[in-house]
Design a protein around this ligand. Structure first.
Ligand code: AMP
Ligand code: MG
Length: 487
């Protein structure tokens, strides 16, 4: 276990030079206090969790103090936002404080979001509000606990500093951790500005630090792109299987590591709805739940375009062609497991699609359906779940197909079936209304709820005594919350 002043820095991105980022000092926020910290994230840095309670912790992650070895930098990038190219983006309110490596030899970027203005702030104030910082913290750690790759969050620090959004709010900072903060938009920036040497330097950096195994391949950059395609196909399959809607899949919010990144008005589905749009400024539904799949491919094509200096167009096109089949294979594998199946049959995709269609028409809770399906034998479970459906004939037909399928799968003993299914079907997910309750309490200075919710979501598959209320469907007020896009 390390103390805070024992972190070991190795700022590899900063060493790339001024063409990639600008030195900027964090601008502190007033009266910093710990809102919530993640013990699991502390462990990634070998930090003793008790340290989070010390004043110096809040000072470090609110811009009041800085390690001598830190090198705070705002990164430059660009990207396609809602389909249109924006030539100049960058860290407008976040700073890469430096890269730290742990005892296992892993490097983690320390990125402080809400750290003040930078040359890339455009018209923004460089701040993040408490509400969006809490949402990012909870989502990062909850996704990780579900087994969905994500950037991580060490802590949220609240303050008295006023900031203006639709109304006056308080500034906060969230400390984000990821092995890299390089986005698709980084490659796009150097490609479209025709900074050939810097583009080459970036590609070399990413290849050697983040895809070292690809260096052994005959065409290292192609192997790297293929790996990025594979990781994104797998990531998006997990989002779809667990009902996560990102909301702002612009290419500047896509990580080259294939992790969930840059949280905005995201949501987990309550009722299953393939057409769900969590982002209220997304009028066309570009980033609706089901559109995330083709948009994943669209974003990879944007990255492919930016990699044309290194890889032939034919090879890029062929590799892009792997995305959909890979996505489908991962998705189907996850859905089979969610249904408790251990074998594969050709018609399984249809079985899943039919179920989702029935759920869509009846407004069935996506998370609880699968959890309850594992509570009992297939026959008993479908009999109990039947009442949730409007189209009873349709459901009965599906239930017969499902029972027959479970039979052919080997009909494992119920205790075994339950254990297997509960290990992949969470009881607790970050529902918008739960996040909202925690935010409302935190905004009035009470951090118990956000800490408790974080704790519950850190073990989403495990039934936790006394925490029944966190597994409930939303009350009426919490069903269609409009999550503000301002953050
Ligand atoms: P986002 O929608 O959070 O992914 O941000 C898109 C771009 O706007 C990024 O370049 C951000 O750094 C920048 N940005 C967002 N909010 C602010 C803010 N309050 N101040 C300065 N820049 C911001
Ligand atoms: Mg962003």
């Amino acid at each position: 276990m390390k103390a805070l002043d024992e972190l070991t820095f190795d700022n590899r991105f900063a060493r790339l030079g001024d063409g990639f980022s600008t030195h900027v000092l964090p601008e502190p926020i007033d009266a910093p206090r710990l809102v919530v910290a993640s013990n699991a994230a502390m462990a990634l840095l070998d930090l003793d969790p008790a340290i989070a309670q010390t004043p110096v912790f809040a000072e470090l992650f609110s811009g009041h103090k800085l390690w001598a070895e830190a090198e705070p930098r705002a990164m430059v990038y660009s990207g396609h936002q809602f389909g249109s190219y924006n030539p100049q983006l960058g860290d407008g309110r976040g700073l890469l404080l430096g890269e730290v490596y742990n005892a296992a030899g892993e490097h983690w970027d320390l990125h402080l979001k809400g750290a003040g203005q930078t040359p890339y702030s455009r018209m923004g104030d460089g701040r993040a509000v408490l509400r969006s910082s809490i949402r990012e913290f909870l989502a990062s750690e909850a996704l990780h606990a579900l087994g969905i790759p994500s950037s991580r969050a060490l802590c949220v620090i609240g303050s008295d500093t006023p900031v203006w959004r639709e109304k006056q709010e308080r500034a906060a900072m969230v400390l984000r951790l990821a092995p890299s903060h390089i986005r698709f938009g980084h490659f796009e920036y150097f490609y479209y500005t025709q900074k050939t040497e810097l583009h080459q330097q970036l590609a070399e950096h990413v290849l050697s630090l983040h895809f070292p195994e690809c260096q052994e391949q005959p065409e290292p950059y192609l192997a790297m792109f293929r790996e990025i395609v594979e990781r994104n196909a797998e990531l998006i399959a997990k989002w779809q299987a667990y009902g996560f809607c990102h909301g702002v899949m612009n290419t500047d919010n896509m990580s080259i590591l294939g992790i969930t990144f840059d949280f905005g008005p995201f949501a987990f589905l309550d009722d299953f709805d393939a057409h769900f749009i969590c982002n209220h400024s997304d009028h066309e539904g570009r980033y609706s739940f089901s559109n995330q799949v083709p948009i994943g491919q669209w974003n990879l094509s944007a990255l492919a375009q930016a990699l044309t200096p290194h890889i032939s167009v034919d090879a890029l096109r062929e590799t892009l062609g792997l995305y959909l089949p890979l996505y489908q294979a991962h998705y189907l594998d996850l859905m089979r497991r969610r249904l408790g199946l251990t074998s594969a049959e050709d018609d399984d995709q249809k079985l899943v699609e039919r179920l989702l269609q029935l759920m869509q028409n009846s407004g069935v809770d996506y998370t609880l359906f699968f959890r309850r399906l594992g509570d009992e034998s297939a026959a008993l479970a479908v009999a109990q779940l039947r009442d949730d459906f409007v189209d009873l004939n349709g459901f009965d037909t599906w239930a017969d197909l499902y029972k027959a399928r479970v039979e052919r799968d080997g009909n494992s003993p119920q205790a075994e079936r339950r254990e297997r299914m509960h290990a992949v079907n969470p009881l607790y997910i970050l529902r918008n209304y739960l996040a909202q309750n925690a935010i409302t309490a935190a905004e009035s200075g009470d951090y118990h709820e956000v800490r408790r919710l974080h704790e519950v979501l850190s073990k989403p598959f495990e039934e936790q005594a006394g925490m029944e209320q966190y597994a409930q469907r939303p009350p009426d007020w919490g069903k269609h919350l409009e999550i503000s896009c301002s953050s």
